[in-house]
Design a protein around this ligand. Structure first.
Ligand SMILES: Nc1ncnc2c1ncn2[C@@H]1O[C@H](COP(=O)(O)OP(=O)(O)O)[C@@H](O)[C@H]1O
Ligand SMILES: [Mg+2]
Length: 392
């Protein structure tokens, strides 16, 4: 426990943030130096690495994320397997920062989500909210010999929250402005938006998942072209948007749900993909890809208009996440958000791929500093709370 009390007192720390999103494209590890805490946090990125899962592991994760397909023995094993890959990612990033493991103070790990039930499930006559991120943090702590904080989402859910999104607290610390109404948009497997009215206080932040980011596109690219994603949006650029299909997809019930809301593979996974394939018979693969890419951009705009604009008319839309590499989506975002400036987080010194990994390093620093880091206004939790499990 001596290490923990020393760590709590330390003002300057070197922290590794770990993130692997719903795309299951790879584990992002960011080594950062952090000074201070809360609104006075200063940080600097020292290195960043992505470690991809071997094909077989990725397939097992995806299979075991599907209700009715997963089996408990494989999930139990994957919880540890993923922790091994996360630990490897830490070591790789620490090495490329030119540091030794002994210099690392703390790890913050999001884990790999395999299931997320933000609105709860009726079990024995009562509704329970739950979420499952695998990649056991105590295994990471033992394999790296570094105090590790993981499982950030469940505390918020225990207080009636959605357990997501958690990035808004980070967005608020790093991106809030005195002069401009900003929206931070992360296009991962799912797309989420954080609205930061100028000079906002933490309880004035608004954030939610807008719907699919790359998840549906990636699944269709795999099916049609055996590719993991549409590199640069090139395939989408060759197609035309199919309006009847787009209109059909816009009817998904998630888009009408009121805030707070979050979503995942449960709603935009294999069933949604099958529906698209059935509804698009006779159209070219390129047209279908263009339509689904446009669905991402359109729903981001539509959800903003319906749920956020009345609180905050944005001046700047700051995009991050792997989807910012899809130039077709970026073009369509510029089209829809024609009254705002559309930028990427690079303009603010934060690389598009590193943002979420840095976020989890910062959230770990908040936890160790005793600061709450959920935003009840965003998640719907009854109060703000300290997140995560500390594994020595
Ligand atoms: N060069 C690229 N062109 C188009 N899309 C890309 C490119 N690079 C990454 N992506 C997309 O970004 C996704 C990964 O984004 P990421 O932010 O890591 O999502 P997640 O948080 O869900 O893992 C990939 O699955 C892919 O769809
Ligand atoms: Mg990823």
């Amino acid at each position: 426990m001596a290490t923990l009390s020393e760590l709590i007192k330390k003002n300057n720390k070197i922290v590794v943030g770990l993130m692997s999103g719903t795309s299951v494209d790879g584990i992002d590890a960011a080594v950062i130096s952090i000074k201070g805490k809360g609104v006075s946090t200063k940080f600097k990125l020292l290195s960043f690495e992505t470690v991809t899962y071997p094909k077989k592991i990725k397939e097992l994760i995806l299979l075991n994320s599907t209700p009715g397909k997963g089996t408990v023995d494989i999930i139990s094993s994957l919880n540890v397997v993923v922790a091994h890959y996360f630990s490897d990612a830490v070591k790789k990033a620490v090495h490329s920062a030119g540091l030794s493991m002994k210099q690392i103070d703390l790890i913050g790990s999001h884990g790999q989500t395999i299931h997320h039930i933000p609105n709860g499930k009726n079990i024995g006559g009562k509704l329970y909210r739950s979420t499952l991120q695998i990649g056991d943090p105590s295994t990471i702590a033992k394999l790296t010999d570094v105090t590790t904080i993981g499982d950030f989402r469940v505390a918020d859910m225990a207080l009636g929250g959605q357990g997501a999104p958690l990035v808004p607290y980070f967005d608020w610390i790093v991106f809030k402005s005195n002069f401009s109404n900003r929206a931070l948009l992360n296009i991962g497997g799912i797309a989420n938006i954080t609205l930061l009215p100028k000079k906002c206080k933490v309880n004035e932040v608004l954030a939610f998942d807008t719907g699919p980011g790359n998840m549906v596109l990636d699944a269709l690219m795999k099916r049609f072209f055996n590719k993991n994603f549409d590199d640069g949006g090139k395939v989408a650029f060759r197609g035309d948007i199919i309006l009847p299909l787009l209109n059909e997809l816009k009817k998904h019930s998630y888009f009408n749900r009121l805030l707070p809301k979050s979503t995942g593979r449960e709603e935009f996974g294999i069933k949604f993909v099958e529906k698209i394939i059935l509804s698009s018979k006779g159209y070219s693969k390129e047209d279908i890809i263009a339509t689904v890419a446009d669905l991402t951009a359109f729903t981001i705009y539509d959800q903003y208009k319906r749920f956020a604009e009345k609180f905050c008319t944005i001046n700047e839309l700051i995009v991050s996440g792997g989807g910012a590499n899809n130039l077709f989506i970026m073009k369509r975002l510029k089209f829809y958000f024609s009254k705002s400036k559309v930028l990427t987080s690079i303009s603010f010194g934060v690389n598009i791929e590193t943002k979420e990994a840095i976020c989890f390093a910062l959230l770990a620093n908040e936890t160790i500093s005793g600061n709450p880091s959920n935003i009840p206004n965003v998640t719907g939790a009854s109060k703000s709370t300290i997140l995560g499990k500390i594994c020595l």
